[in-house]
Write a protein that binds this ligand. Sequence first.
Ligand SMILES: N[C@@H](CCC(=O)N[C@@H](CS)C(=O)NCC(=O)O)C(=O)O
Length: 172
Amino acid sequence: MTDLSTFPITRKWPARHPERLQLYSLPTPNGVKASIMLEETGLPYEVHLVSFEKNDQMSPEFLSLNPNNKIPAILDPQGPGGKPLALWESGAILVYLADKTGQLLPREPARRYETIQWLMFQMGGIGPMFGQVGFFVKFAGKDFEDKRPRDRYVNEARRLLAVLDGRLAGRD
Ligand SMILES: N[C@@H](CCC(=O)N[C@@H](CS)C(=O)NCC(=O)O)C(=O)O
């Protein structure tokens, strides 16, 4: 039986199946990236809800695993060398799960880096910019009088979508 008790996060979110990969998340745009990957790869996992309403992401137990107080985060009891591995940042989690299962990330170097390039495009461009659009169009920022921040992020999001459309045109 894998012992995860040395990880303080398991005190707040006990592992009922400590042999399975532990996912700490919430169905947000970044959260679902890890869930979709786990479903696609077919890895057995146990999910723990990190409630933003309860500010769970700021709890000492969560911060012990991810000092950046963001979901998703994972704890894999069967990490490299058979030792537990804690990991956060959705892009790093996707690469790790791809490598662990040998799925969805080519091993051939040119195609591997091409795939990582589009992952970085998502992580550094789409994710943060769409997040800003959400803030300025839908949430607290929508009431701001100065519309320049909103317009800046909307224009950048449109530009990124055009890049994505160009890449996807004519592909499955
Ligand atoms: N770059 C991070 C971003 C993660 C992120 O922004 N997560 C949001 C939910 S989508 C979050 O946990 N927010 C909680 C907070 O900021 O307190 C990743 O890709 O994992």
